[in-house]
Design a binder for this molecule. Structure first.
Ligand code: SIN
Length: 278
């Protein structure tokens, strides 16, 4: 019997009583899918999945895209990105540091992915948690005068600017990347493409710029929204156990990885990504 249990007051659903490697009847899957859209993240514990099963289960939620640096694809499978500090013959098998500040994946793209599914293979005994924040709840609680100020406006998201925040371990963007990575305006309030429900969509802790505002007005507004959107009442902190799966809706949830002692422990995760849906 599949049970749907809230994870935290304003965010998340834990799906219990399911083995994702076995067929899931459509009626059950519809309840799970709706819980994902409504609560922004799903947790499913104690799952053993091969990479193929991971891709197959992700496909129930939509088209899977390759979102990976090829060198970090699991076993040559471009759909699976390995996030790991493990090495083989001195070479990293995955991306060791990812998403350490609050963010929406691919916010700098014209059509960011719809979501991602992370499967924990090996986790450290402490640290390496992931935080999630519900952007529907953040929008709903915003003071009315702030809602009026931002609805219908856009914010400029810059991959060049976000790079040193998200990936402090990587070199700064090259001249060629700077030329290629165009700034991307995004709506500050997103109507969810599948439900129409509004979500705050300002992205994480990078100093973005509001289109049509001067810096003196834009900077404090963006800072306020970024801090407001991750107030504890909108968030959930996941302490991983091996076998956990989390699927987040990238249109309505932000997330953030937290550090761990990489010299003492290993953290090894597989991630799939859902294509944008309009
Ligand atoms: C990510 O941002 O995709 C990674 C999250 C994590 O490693 O906890």
């Amino acid at each position: 019997m599949v049970e749907l249990v809230p994870l935290a007051e304003r965010i998340g659903t834990e799906v219990r009583g399911i083995d994702v490697t076995r067929p899931i009847p459509d009626a059950v899957f519809e309840r799970i899918y709706k819980a994902w859209l409504d609560s922004t993240i799903l947790l499913i514990r104690e799952q053993e999945m091969t990479p193929d099963q991971h891709v197959d289960f992700t496909r129930r939620f939509g088209e899977v895209v390759s979102y990976t640096r090829r060198e970090f694809a699991e076993g040559g499978r471009p759909e699976i990105l390995v996030l790991s500090n493990r090495t083989e013959e001195g070479r990293p098998v995955g991306s060791p540091v990812s998403g350490r500040v609050w963010h929406t994946d691919g916010h700098y793209l014209p059509a960011p992915p719809a979501g991602s599914m992370l499967h924990a293979i090996e986790v450290p005994p402490e640290g390496g948690d992931t935080l999630f924040a519900n952007m529907f709840a953040a929008w709903e609680d915003l003071p009315a005068r702030v809602k009026e100020r931002i609805e219908g406006r856009e914010v400029v998201i810059s991959r060049v600017r976000s790079r040193p925040y998200n990936y402090p371990d990587r070199p700064p963007p090259t001249e060629a990347q700077r030329a290629e990575w165009r700034d991307q305006p995004q709506p500050m309030v997103l109507a969810h493409p599948e439900t129409g429900r509004k979500a705050l969509y300002v992205g994480g802790s990078v100093p973005w710029h509001v289109v049509g505002m001067d810096e003196a007005e834009s900077a404090p507004l963006v800072t306020f929204l970024q801090e407001f959107s991750v107030l504890p009442r909108f968030t959930y902190r996941h302490r991983w156990r091996a076998g956990d799966i989390i699927l987040w809706d990238n249109r309505s949830a932000m997330h953030r990885a937290t550090p761990y002692d990489m010299d003492r422990y290993h953290r090894h995760m597989h991630r799939t990504t859902l294509a944008a849906r309009h």
